[in-house]
Design a protein around this ligand. Structure first.
Ligand SMILES: NC(=O)C1=CN([C@@H]2O[C@H](COP(=O)(O)OP(=O)(O)OC[C@H]3O[C@@H](n4cnc5c(N)ncnc54)[C@H](O)[C@@H]3O)[C@@H](O)[C@H]2O)C=CC1
Ligand SMILES: NCC(=O)COP(=O)(O)O
Length: 339
C-alpha cells in the first residue's frame, strides 16, 4: 500500500445499488483484504450519507487522481464526478444516469492519461441507463467504444470473461435475446473471441498454452445434427479453424456435462454460445469470489461478478469478496512485473 503506487480508478456505478456500500466497506477493510490503493469516481456527498447509514465512521476526502494514493492510508479518496446526489438506496432514479456514465468515461480517461493503473467498475442498472438513451448493452461494449475513442488505432474488441478460482468462462454472445443467439453465433465470431481469449490468457494471465473448451449450442451438441445443426455447421468449422491456427481447442462439448469437478480439470477456460450457458455455472460455483474481467482492451478493467442488489443497498448485509477480488486482480494485471 505504498503512496508511490499508481491507484486504481473505481467508477461508483448505480447510486441506489450496493456500489457505494462496496467502496466504503472495501476501504474500511483495506488492510485485512490486502487491497491496492484506489479512488472512487462518483459523489462524495452520497458516499458520506451511505457511510452514515452503514454506521461507518471513516474519512472521505475529495481529491484528484494524482493525490489519491498518498491519501489512501488515511481516507477514502473520492474524485467528485457529477453533481451531489440524494442517497436513496434501492430507489432507481432516472436523473442519476448521466453521473453513472460520466464516472465510467472519466475513469477511462484517467487510465489513458496515466493517472490510474486500471479501472474497476461497480455495478450499473442497465435498464435504467437504456431508458435515458444509453445505447450499449453493458460496460463491456461501452468500454470497447471508449477504447476506440481514447486509444485511436489500438485494437479494441472487448470480450467478457468471468474468472473464478475454480472456473473461467467466456460468453461468445453476451446481452442479446436468447431467440437471436443462433443467428449471432458465426464462425468468425467464435474464432475471433477464442483468439482474443487465448492471447490474453497467455500474455496477461500467464498460461503458456491455454486450453479452451467450446460448448455446443444445442442439447448434446446437436447429436450429430439431429437436434439442431449449428454445432455441426458453425461450431465445428470454427474449432477446426482455431486448431489450424495452432490453438489448443476442444469441442463442441455438450454443456450439461462440462462443469462438474472432473470435467473442469480438462480445460483452462470454457467458451459458451450464450450468456446463461456459462454464467450460470460460473456464478453457481464462484458467486462470491469471481471477477468479471474484460479481455481485448488496451487497458485493465475488472468488476465484481454481481449486480446492483438494490434490496441490500444501505443495509451492510453484503459480501465484498468479489469486489475485493476485482481490485486485487486489476492490480496484478496492471503491474505484472510485481507479481
Ligand atoms: N457489472 C455490472 O454492472 C452488472 C450489473 N448488473 C445489473 O444489476 C441489476 C440487478 O441484477 P440481478 O440479476 O438482480 O443480479 P444481482 O447480482 O444484483 O442480484 C442477484 C442476487 O444476488 C444477491 N447479491 C448480489 N450481490 C450481492 C452481494 N455482494 N452480497 C450479497 N448478495 C448479493 C442479490 O441480493 C440478489 O438476491 C440489473 O440491473 C443488472 O443489469 C448485473 C450484473 C453485472
Ligand atoms: N452478466 C454480466 C453483466 O451483466 C456484466 O456486464 P458488463 O456491464 O460488465 O458488460
Amino acid at each position: 500500500m505504498g503512496s508511490s503506487q499508481k491507484p486504481l480508478a473505481v467508477s461508483m456505478g448505480e447510486p441506489a445499488g450496493i456500489g457505494p456500500d462496496l467502496a466504503l466497506l472495501a476501504w474500511a477493510n483495506r488492510k485485512a483484504l490486502k487491497l491496492p490503493p484506489f479512488y472512487v469516481r462518483g459523489d462524495a456527498t452520497l458516499l458520506k450519507e451511505r457511510a452514515g447509514r452503514l454506521g461507518l465512521s471513516l474519512r472521505i476526502e475529495t481529491t484528484s487522481p494524482d493525490l489519491a494514493s498518498g491519501q489512501f492510508a488515511k481516507s477514502l479518496p473520492v474524485v467528485q464526478t457529477g453533481p451531489a446526489l440524494a442517497d436513496r438506496p434501492g430507489e432507481e432514479q432516472a436523473e442519476t444516469a448521466p453521473s453513472v456514465i460520466a464516472a465510467i468515461e472519466a475513469s477511462v480517461e484517467d487510465v489513458q492519461a496515466g493517472l490510474a493503473s486500471g479501472l474497476v467498475t461497480l455495478p450499473i442498472n442497465k435498464a435504467a441507463l437504456y431508458k435515458t438513451g444509453f445505447s450499449f448493452p453493458g460496460h463491456t461494449e461501452y468500454l470497447g467504444a471508449l477504447a476506440e475513442k481514447h486509444w485511436p488505432g489500438a485494437p479494441a474488441r472487448p470480450v467478457m470473461m468471468i474468472a473464478g478460482p475454480e472456473l473461467m468462462v467466456v460468453p461468445v454472445t453476451i446481452h442479446i435475446p436468447l431467440r437471436d443467439v443462433p443467428d449471432a453465433v458465426t464462425v468468425d465470431l467464435i474464432v475471433e473471441t477464442a483468439e482474443i481469449t487465448a492471447r490474453d490468457l497467455k500474455t496477461r494471465f500467464g498460461y503458456a498454452t491455454p486450453r479452451l473448451a467450446i460448448c455446443g449450442l444445442n442439447p448434446h451438441a446437436g447429436e450429430n445434427g439431429s437436434i439442431g445443426t449449428e454445432d455441426r455447421d458453425v461450431i465445428e468449422p470454427a474449432i477446426a479453424a482455431l486448431r489450424d491456427k495452432g490453438l489448443d481447442v476442444t469441442g463442441p462439448h455438450p454443456a450439461d456435462t462440462l462443469f462438474h469437478p472432473q470435467a473442469r480439470g480438462g480445460y483452462d477456460c470454457v467458451l459458451g454460445m450464450y450468456h446463461d450457458q456459462v454464467l450460470v455455472p460460473a456464478k453457481t460455483i464462484g458467486f462470491d469470489d469471481s471477477v468479471n474481467v474484460t479481455l481485448g482492451l488496451p487497458f485493465v478493467r475488472t468488476s465484481p461478478d454481481h449486480g446492483t442488489a438494490y434490496a441490500l443497498a444501505g443495509t451492510g448485509d453484503i459480501r465484498i469478496d468479489s469486489f475485493a477480488a476485482s481490485l486485487r486482480m486489476a492490480d496484478v494485471l496492471a503491474h505484472p512485473e510485481r507479481f
